[in-house]
Design a protein around this ligand. Structure first.
Ligand code: EPU
Length: 348
């Protein structure tokens, strides 16, 4: 590694870096070159670098939504921009700002400790702040887009800083401009969140309604809600520090009312939710479970036995094994229900 950091525009360039510890699935891959991005100046130095400046790039955060099926081309940019602060306290909202390299859960815990409430439903989601807008993370009735104010990014084609508001990010379900038109072109440095005051809990999700019934507490405060979400996730979802995974492997499919009626006619138990536009979201985990996939394996890649939507690495899985398993699941769900499941993580 070059040790001349700080002497701008020199960069710390790491060679032949093992990426297994940098993706939560623990899949094997090697970065030919890796550069850690701690500030805008690091991005500028990279873009001006005579050798690396023109090569393809893969931007990674916590690597929690990533499947390596091969070594990435060119240079890997690992975003490690730090910082957590209250940017503005308005009568109607707190605006908090976080560096893209901060851990997402760290931000949620910090904001709660500061009394800036509103992120608790999103507790314990793996990954970094900078990756959160890319797939518009969501859980227990709240999506990132419901708390988003704006973000700072750099256009990697021109080197220009850009500030993006809600509309510019084009958020959708597990989707944004960063997964579509801007994929690979923009590097997110900082994100600002708008937490509305007064705080109101979001309690509509079935698992939270169950907690209210169990505890008899129908008016939880933000700390209680945080603890409930942490408890629900720990019970259902594998901890990537213990067993490699990338969270939900497929998106929940959205179907028309007519398609939904067809599927209910065949399988009355199918878990479905009515959306605002009259279409229905189906629980992909239920569809996969109904096809008997829980616990099934390809090599060391497996379907998690407590949540069929999550694929896990039982030890030495390769990306190829994960993708073979994923394709077999897609075919079987298509065969039985006529629905094509779409992978949620970014596949390299
Ligand atoms: N279900 C089954 N069998 C399974 C899995 C689920 O029958 O193996 C049923 C459940 O009983 C429940 C329904 O399917 O009735 C939905 O399951 P769950 O509440 O666990 O949520 P999900 O739809 O599977 C989504 C998100 C999760 C998020 C939870 C909670 C997606 C792709 N996934 O999962 O997000 O934590 O809701 O809001 O939207 C992620 O994106 O990585 C992620 C974990």
């Amino acid at each position: 590694m070059d040790q001349n950091r700080g002497m701008s525009p020199a960069l710390a360039i790491e060679h032949q870096v093992n990426l297994a510890p940098m993706n939560t699935f623990g899949l094997p891959a090697t970065a030919w070159r890796l550069v850690r991005i701690r500030s805008e100046a690091d991005v500028q130095a990279l873009l001006q670098h005579p050798e690396l400046g023109r090569l393809p790039r893969l931007v990674i955060g916590g690597g929690s939504n990533l499947v390596f099926s091969r070594d990435p081309d060119g240079v890997v940019l690992k975003v490690e921009v730090p910082g957590l602060r209250l940017a503005e306290s308005r009568p109607d909202a707190w605006i908090i700002e976080a560096g893209a390299g901060e851990s997402w859960h760290g931000l949620v815990a910090w904001s709660l400790a500061q009394g800036h409430l509103g992120l608790e439903n999103l507790a314990l989601i793996p990954g970094t702040v900078g990756a959160a807008p890319v797939q518009n993370i969501g859980a227990y009735g709240v999506e990132l887009q419901d708390r988003f104010e704006s973000l700072d990014a750099i256009d990697l084609a021109t080197g220009r800083p850009v500030v993006m508001d809600h509309a510019a990010c084009r958020f959708g379900y597990r989707d944004s401009v960063f997964k579509q038109a801007a994929a690979g072109h923009l590097l997110i440095l900082r994100v600002r969140f708008r937490l509305p005051r007064p705080w109101r809990p979001v309690l509509g999700y079935l698992d939270l309604e169950r907690k209210m019934a169990e505890t008899g507490n129908t008016r939880p405060d933000a700390n209680t809600l945080f603890d409930w979400v942490v408890g629900i996730r720990r019970a259902k979802l594998p901890d990537p520090a213990v067993i490699g995974n990338a969270g939900s492997f497929f998106k929940n499919p959205v179907v028309t009312a007519e398609q939904c009626r067809d599927i209910i006619a065949r399988d009355p138990n199918v878990v479905h939710y009515l959306l605002d536009d009259g279409s229905f979201k189906l629980a992909a985990g239920w569809l996969i479970d109904a096809c008997g996939w829980k616990g099934k394996t390809v090599g060391d890649a497996a379907v998690y036995d407590k949540q069929a939507l999550v694929l896990v690495n039982r030890g030495a899985a390769t990306g190829a094994q994960v993708l073979t398993l994923a394709r077999a699941i897609q075919e079987s769900v298509y065969g039985r229900f006529g629905i094509r499941l779409e992978a949620e993580p970014v596949i390299v």
